[in-house]
Design a protein around this ligand. Structure first.
Ligand code: HEC
Length: 147
């Protein structure tokens, strides 16, 4: 009998421990994901700020490099909202209305690709236009999906 109680309490404490451990791991992972998406967003901000004065400069090589970095970061950003990673300034609406979030994200990506087109064509007029469209996507998404 005593043996049985001992055994079951050992078993229970093992379980309690394993469970607590799992929860800690999850919290840590979510924290890391939130940190990562905030840091990517800061990069997105930095790239777009550097691009702005270049849009009218005719420095197509330089702006192309920045735009490629912007595109890369923007694509990466989308992967950082897995189920259960609510946190930071991300609105919980992202997980409730995934379809609209993806639509806004796709519009953002397309607008960056359009900038790439303008650069390839060395067309400053459409470059400025497309840069403005790209910038307007920041606010559209933040208004709905950022707290
Ligand atoms: C498709 C949606 C979407 C687009 C487009 C978008 N963002 Fe964000 N942004 C977010 C979300 C969501 C967060 C909050 C992330 C978090 O806290 O986990 C965020 C956070 C940020 C932050 C961090 C804010 C802080 O307080 O740390 C900055 C800066 C930022 N975005 C700038 C930009 C800029 C500049 C653009 C456009 C060039 C842009 N974002 C485009 C969704 C978007």
């Amino acid at each position: 009998m005593i043996f049985k109680i001992l055994l079951s309490s050992l078993f229970l404490s093992f379980f309690a421990h394993a469970h607590a451990h799992e929860i800690n791991m999850e919290d840590k992972n979510v924290e890391q994901i939130v940190k990562q998406r905030m840091s990517i967003m800061s990069k997105i901000k930095a790239y777009s700020q550097k691009m702005y004065p270049l849009t009218m400069s005719g420095e197509f090589e330089e702006i192309k490099q920045l735009n490629d970095e912007l595109l890369h970061s923007a694509k990466e950003f989308k992967l950082l909202f897995p189920e259960g990673s609510q946190g930071g300034k991300a609105s919980s609406l992202i997980w409730e209305d995934r379809e609209t979030f993806e639509l806004f994200h796709n519009n953002f990506i397309s607008s960056i690709e359009d900038i790439g087109e303008s650069i390839n064509n060395e067309d400053s007029v459409s470059l400025v236009e497309n840069f403005n469209i790209m910038s307007s996507n920041c606010g559209t998404c933040h208004k709905k999906f950022k707290n």
